[in-house]
Design a protein around this ligand. Sequence first.
Ligand code: TXA
Ligand code: MG
Length: 319
Amino acid sequence: MEIITNPTPVEIKKAAQALKDGHLVAFPTETVYGLGADATNERAVSRIYSVKARPTDHPLIVHISSINQLAKWAIDIPEYAIKLAQQFWPGPMTLILKRSELVKDFISGSQDNIGIRVPAHPVALALLSKFEKLGGFGIVAPSANRFGAVSATTAEDVNEELGKFLNSNDLILDGGKSLIGVESTIIDCRRNYPSILRPGAIAIEMIETTTGYTIPTNLQMNNIRAPGLLRHHYSPKADVVIDSIPQPGDGFIALADVPTPAGVIRLASPANLEEYARLLYSAFRAGDRFEIKKVVAIQPSGEGLAYAIRDRLARASSI
Ligand code: TXA
Ligand code: MG
């Protein structure tokens, strides 16, 4: 496996060809790094599941280069979903839609729907365009981490998580640290109104403004499987405890205006919500590297991104 830093157009073309040839390519997105495979290649997709140690009935998100590719993958797309796609793609939003013929059971966990996203990172977009020029239709990419673990927000994190499971022809594209740092907002668009399956940087208020619908804020499974929606997920090795007083030797994550108690190991001091989201997973990883047993996180208050951060903290802290 080769790591390509700041890939040139020629190197991105080589990566697109590697995908066409059935290899895996981890690539940067604005949310977190993804582990990519040709969405129509069953063997390549099965390797994603084994590299991640992920149960095969959990569906994957198809990444496409633009809204123009949407009709290949989804049918019966409601008007409000088109509005969302026009407003927020490329960007940190996944739409769950009724699947087209192109979607095979091996990417959808045998469900009749499919998650689709146009990522905003320039390397991801260039890779998708090149891949489509080579005759590809879309790239499935879960977060590039072992099942249940913390998503990777740098190429080094991907290598640390998955490097030993990748083959010599697989690639990791290094496009710097993910700007947003938490996974995309997942919006269920299978009914005549939208609902949220996973909160993210595209906030509830933004979805309501764009669609004119009121979004119920209680997250529901809606009878579809999504491991990101399991209560215990996105967890470091350390125990995560929310809103408690850390003891000496504990790790500590809180906004910068919260002082560090004596003897406590400060893992992140984000100045604002954007920085909190961006630093959260690397702070968890740093705690694990220091072999810290317990990490206390003080939740941010408020709506928007704060809601997504509280969601990830709640999952990381649940048993
Ligand atoms: O930001 C992101 O969405 C990142 C980047 C790489 O694009 N991807 C990502 O994928 O987070 P993954 O597989 O780690 O998490 C996607 C979550 C999983 O919990 C999956 O089960 C759920 O979305 N999901 C995917 N397709 C679905 C579907 N058709 N119905 C319900 N849930 C779905
Ligand atoms: Mg994931």
